[in-house]
Design a protein around this ligand. Sequence first.
Ligand code: FES
Length: 208
Amino acid sequence: MSKPTSQAPSDNACACCSAAGEPADAGRRQMLTSALALAAMAPIAAMAQEGEAKRSTKPEPGDKLAFMLGEKQGKEILPADLKIGGEPTLAYPLDPTTGKALVSKAGLLVVVRLKPEDLKPGSAKNAADGGVVAFSSMCTHYGCPITTLHPTGTQVVCNCHGSVFNAADRGVVTNGPATRRLAMLPLELKDGAIVVKGKFDGPLGPPT
Ligand code: FES
């Protein structure tokens, strides 16, 4: 009389073709496929994170400008929106990829259009469309936003304590208590649009 075998059905099954082996193999294949898919996606996710990490809210070359306030809030500022002698326009950088304004205190700009003939070389080289110039709006005294045009028409004023900065000459201080000039943001005209040409040319806000 032969002894009954005690081997489990799965041990008898062929690994590649038996009905008993299929569920286990299908599970393994699914896991392998998922693992490969995840491995393939990892570099893409890393690239996306890298791209996001590189994009700060400060203006970068290629950005456009967007209105901070008013009925055109968030919309692109066009050359025709800026008039000689008009009050300064407060603006945020406009990301050309997303079309959205990048809102931050450090990225807030004060933008004015001056007469081309009033510009000193330091401001002229950073102006778009002949006379549009942009500066960090953060006052270098205590950091209030700069919002007002001086009666001279070429300077901007901080209303907190009266500091005056010459927009026609790279934002130098013409009246304190601020002691450091405003950081200027180079602009250019490209395909009819006002575009950021470079990064701020100096430190932002009050000295630390
Ligand atoms: S914060 Fe601008 S003058 Fe004081």
